[in-house]
Design a protein around this ligand. Structure first.
Ligand code: SF4
Length: 334
């Protein structure tokens, strides 16, 4: 076995730098995220950037009724904590501003919401999901201030580093917006977790793997990997039903993730290895509903290949210029 003992020890037997392990080490407790759904919307749906949203986004959950005021941050966190305590014997929590674009409001409103979360007993950190084009300077200053008081992650959707794909999925931003946001976030010394989707049509396997190099070069702190999956009532579902969206088999995805991890810097924390999908709204692939099964297959393949995160990572990559790539989505119906 070639897996370095130092990494085995540092990662507690796992072959990648897992977020769960990081939380366990930092807080010496079982820490779970509680997802929050507030009355944010998204500039990619309300017309500021685009309408209709990303083609994979579940717009059925964005019907006007969905904009009705939800329960408060406090109520959602208290309810979530009880449920997760029961299910996982969780001891501490991270408030996860998850649905929609959680920095798409005036900074005074954001400050109130974030501070409300941090005032709840048991909340030891905060995680905020957003888009690269929704980070004005005053919002970043607020996050920088909060990060001095708590364990803070900014979750930034990139999804693909290829502008032709971002156009195809109607993201409403390009790679250059992401690179610019990362630069400004890093100036404040904030932690960034990047969301990626692997499996977009029109991207080769090598192109998907090259995204790991981009994350290394940009000094990203964490990554969430999702397999492309099709959700009911989305434009992607229509394209899928027309036969225009080939999806990975589970084995193909597992092999790709292992290759991706090999190239990824061992310092990048892996928050997620596959998409979170629910049976009731999933069209395909059915295998991705069994998240634990996918994770176990990845662990087994890492061991089977006697490989690990960062095995082929080279520090030289860090000095390479960041490539921004654009072009048409060849072979993909728009
Ligand atoms: S940016 Fe997020 S919330 Fe907005 S349309 Fe895309 S996936 Fe949906």
């Amino acid at each position: 076995m070639n897996f370095p003992e130092s990494l085995e020890k540092r990662w507690r037997g796992k072959r990648y730098n897992s977020f769960n392990r990081v939380l366990r080490d930092r807080f010496d407790a079982r820490v779970y995220k509680i997802g929050l759904r507030l009355d944010f919307t998204c500039p990619n749906r309300d017309g500021k950037v685009a309408v209709g949203g990303c083609i994979y986004c579940n717009n059925a959950s964005h019907t006007p009724g969905d904009y009705l005021p939800r329960t408060s941050v406090t109520a959602q966190l208290e309810q979530g904590a009880v449920a997760i305590q029961k299910r996982h014997r969780a001891e501490k929590f991270i408030a996860y501003f998850q649905s929609y674009t959680n920095t798409y409001a005036a900074s005074a409103k954001l400050a109130k919401l974030y501070r409300e979360a941090l005032g709840i007993p048991g909340i030891v950190g905060i995680s905020i999901a957003t888009r690269p084009d929704c980070l004005p300077e005053d919002t970043l200053d607020l996050l920088a201030e909060l990060s001095k008081q708590t364990y803070l992650w900014l979750e930034l959707g990139l999804e693909s580093m290829y502008d032709r794909t971002l156009t195809w999925v109607n993201r409403g931003h390009g790679l250059s917006d992401f690179v610019d946001a990362v630069k400004r976030v890093k100036e404040r010394d904030l932690r960034i977790c990047t969301h990626l989707i692997l499996g977009f049509p029109g991207e080769s396997r090598d192109e998907m793997l090259a995204t790991s190099d981009l994350l290394n070069q940009l000094g990203i702190d964490g990554v969430k990997l999702h397999n492309l999956h099709v959700i009911k009532n989305t434009p992607l579902e229509k394209l899928y039903q027309q036969g225009q969206v080939p999806l990975f088999s589970r084995d193909e995805y597992v092999e790709l993730v292992v290759d991706f991890l090999e190239r990824l810097s061992p310092d990048i924390i892996v928050h997620r290895l596959s998409g979170e999908t629910y049976r009731a709204i999933t069209v395909a692939p059915q295998w991705s509903i069994d998240k634990i099964g996918v994770h176990n297959a990845i662990f087994k393949r890492l061991e089977g290949r006697d490989t690990w995160q960062g095995r082929v990572f080279s520090i030289d990559q860090m000095n390479a210029p960041v490539q921004t790539v654009s072009g048409g989505a060849e072979g993909v119906a728009l």
